[in-house]
Write a protein that binds this ligand. Structure first.
Ligand code: AMP
Ligand code: GLY
Length: 447
């Protein structure tokens, strides 16, 4: 199988790495790729927004399957254009991608299909006063979301009602998010712990991959500004087998069925961002693609031929046997440029990459790098996703394995969180305590 991946981040490097190891893959291309992807795939100098050039490349190079990484080309309809040319694509249609492209669409869809989510209202400049009244009914914190794509920045968690009103006016009046904020969702704040579920679907049947947890804030202890994601781990013990069944029953199945019923069957990877609340799982957001950095920890856990999994989902029916998880744990620590998510410098030489080997159970996924001769230089905010795969370890062992590799890599100003995966450790010890209490044994005895 000849595969073209579209995108250039850590997620695409992880996809490329897994496809590179798939027996059915005979040629692998990535447009535009990055300094890490170029080691395992032929990189193609075409932008993700240049649909005509991507179609031409796919045709001329007899590509059997295109895998689209980022949301923007999906929301813009790249998969429809490729399909019109008879090219097989893993990724939802423009209409199905609205689940991420429009929060108004997503929330109203959930309301139509009884999918659990935060109570909400939708507002624009036309009914801004209704928005103010809705804010008055809620208790802070209050969540104000721009409707359209806003590179992960379109969600404001307002600590007071006044701040929520201000955020509403900023978006619909002062257009702080441009067209993306023409319409807004205002919703109640949900308390709980977050998890990300990746679902692979052929439009009807599906498979859920092991649950992951992202770490969105820049500083340890989930403090500071939101980022694209500073690390992830999987599987997340928060999501027990019972909870996963509930998520499939109450959320995944109604979502896929609802999309099909409305004439927009969802084919591709559906990312379901959930808050696990006291009253059960609720959807925070849908994404129409693999998560970043969740992909870096979820994909390595899958056994089977990943290319065949994606091809079968794209062509239907999905071959679920290629998605079995092999019981390991994975931890990805993101190394970022100093200053990120604010301003940062690029062009710093990365040292120590050669000292990290896959034989140590570590893969370094590149997010923002480029090659300059023999050197690898930083070229973005998130630079590397240092990912450990712990076949023989518990989560704590896999975390150590990841940080040992992080300590061998260096570049000027490198920053990373030091608590990736700790939520999982806390959860595991809580579960053990509950179990021990239930079985009336003194705490700490036996493990
Ligand atoms: P979204 O892009 O909608 O997932 O929002 C980004 C982040 O904002 C989520 O990952 C949550 O951390 C937070 N968030 C969004 N909506 C809510 C909500 N209703 N309650 C609590 N936190 C939220
Ligand atoms: N990790 C969050 C996202 O991919 O949107």
């Amino acid at each position: 199988m000849r595969i073209l991946i579209i995108g250039s981040g850590g997620r695409e490097h992880a996809l490329a790495w897994k496809l590179h190891h798939s027996a059915s893959v005979t040629a692998l291309f990535c447009a535009p790729g990055n300094g890490g992807i170029s080691e395992i795939a032929e990189t193609v100098g075409v932008k993700t927004s240049d649909s005509p050039a991507l179609i031409r490349f796919a045709r001329e190079n007899k590509i059997d399957l295109v895998v689209i990484g980022p949301e923007q080309p999906l929301v813009d309809g790249l998969s429809d254009l490729l399909r019109q040319e008879g090219i097989l694509v893993f990724g939802p249609s423009k209409k199905a991608a609205q689940l991420e492209g429009s929060k108004v669409f997503a929330k109203e869809f959930m309301a139509r299909h009884g999918i659990p989510t935060a109570r909400f209202g939708r507002f624009s400049i036309q009914n801004v006063h209704e928005g103010e009244r809705f804010i008055a009914e809620l208790s802070p914190p209050i969540v104000v979301k721009a409707d359209g794509l806003a590179a992960g920045k379109g969600v404001i968690i307002a600590e007071t009602k006044d701040d929520a009103v201000e955020a509403l006016h900023d978006m619909v009046g002062r257009r702080s998010f441009g067209k993306a904020g023409e319409r807004v969702i205002i919703e109640e704040w949900l308390e709980g712990e977050e998890t990300s579920i990746l679902v692979i679907s052929d439009g009807e049947n599906f498979v859920t991959l092991p649950a992951a947890q992202d770490h969105k804030r820049i500083f340890d202890g989930d403090k500071g500004k939101n980022t694209g994601g500073m690390g992830a781990y999987a599987p997340a013990p928060l999501v027990t087998p019972d909870l996963m069944s509930q998520i499939e029953r109450e959320i995944v199945i109604p979502t896929l069925r609802g999309m099909a019923l409305e004439g927009n069957p969802y084919q591709g990877c559906l990312y379901v961002g959930l808050m696990i609340t006291q009253t059960g799982p609720k959807v925070l957001e849908y994404n129409c693609r693999f998560g970043d950095p969740e992909t870096q920890v979820v994909i390595p856990l899958i056994d089977g031929d990943f290319a065949e999994l994606l091809r079968s989902a794209a062509a239907g029916p999905i071959a679920r046997e290629h998605a079995k998880a092999h019981g390991a744990s994975a931890v990805c620590v993101v190394m970022a440029s100093g200053g990120y998510p604010g301003d940062y410098d690029t062009g710093k030489e990365i040292r120590g990459l050669d000292s990290v080997r896959s034989s140590d159970g570590v893969v370094v996924f590149h997010a923002g790098t480029r090659r300059d001769g023999a050197k690898v230089l930083t070229s973005g905010g998130r630079v590397l996703g240092v990912t450990a795969l712990g076949f023989e370890h518990d989560l704590a062992g896999t975390i150590d394995q990841a940080y040992r590799a992080v300590h061998r890599i260096a570049f000027d100003g490198a920053y990373y969180r030091s608590d990736i995966g700790q939520k999982g450790i806390r959860r595991t010890s809580e579960t053990q305590r509950t179990y021990l209490n239930k079985s009336k044994r003194p705490e700490g005895s036996g493990s």
